[in-house]
Design a protein around this ligand. Structure first.
Ligand code: HEC
Length: 165
């Protein structure tokens, strides 16, 4: 039997192109770019991609913008989470300050707290000035699941911002 090499080449090329096209479509749909996060010393802050579970957290991960800003039900959850993690014990029940200073600005200890991305980094990884890390795996190094998820941190930030500046 004679093999028609032209036909074969054509079929292979066609299948190859289909596979390439499919892979690039899936990549653009699923591969989420992560913006660079920094710790309080300006070093790279690595956060596991899988911690960004919700659509809103994923959006923040790739844009640095907090999708919960001004979102009423997110603000309510944010307030609960703020109290659940005892932020109120140091920063006051309305984030106005208590043993530690207020979080509503406009003046901050760390200038980057004025931006949601910067405040996220501080809540997640802490500072060397007395604020301990609250992010998953960092809050309790013996239990990777103990601590706030990025989604929770974003809700807390949205609530803090709603308390005025
Ligand atoms: C045990 C007391 C304590 C608790 C609890 C605490 N913090 Fe803090 N926090 C501090 C102190 C002290 C600082 C100042 C650290 C510094 O300037 O480096 C601080 C700083 C911050 C800052 C930076 C503010 C700025 O001016 O730049 C943010 C944001 C913050 N805390 C949010 C939170 C949130 C949200 C929680 C709860 C999840 C929380 N903190 C829980 C003590 C606390």
């Amino acid at each position: 039997m004679q093999v028609n090499t032209y036909k074969l080449t054509f079929v292979f090329t066609f299948v190859f192109m289909l596979v390439v096209a499919a892979v690039s479509v899936f990549q653009s749909a699923w591969a989420q770019e992560m913006i660079g996060f920094t710790d309080s010393k300006g070093g790279a802050l690595k956060i596991k991609t899988e911690y960004f579970e919700t659509a809103q957290a994923k959006q923040f991960m790739s844009s640095g913008k907090n999708p919960y800003t001004g979102d009423k039900s997110a603000l309510e959850s944010g307030k609960k989470i703020y109290h659940l993690y005892s932020c109120n014990q140091c920063h006051g029940s309305n984030a106005q300050g208590q043993t530690a200073h207020g979080l509503t600005g406009p003046r901050f200890n760390h200038a980057k707290s004025a931006e949601d991305k910067g405040m996220f980094e501080i809540i997640w990884a802490g500072t060397d000035g007395g604020m301990s890390a609250k992010g998953k795996g960092l809050m309790d190094p013996n239990d990777p699941e103990n601590g706030m998820s990025p989604d929770e941190v974003l809700k807390v930030i949205a609530w803090i911002r709603s308390q005025g500046s």
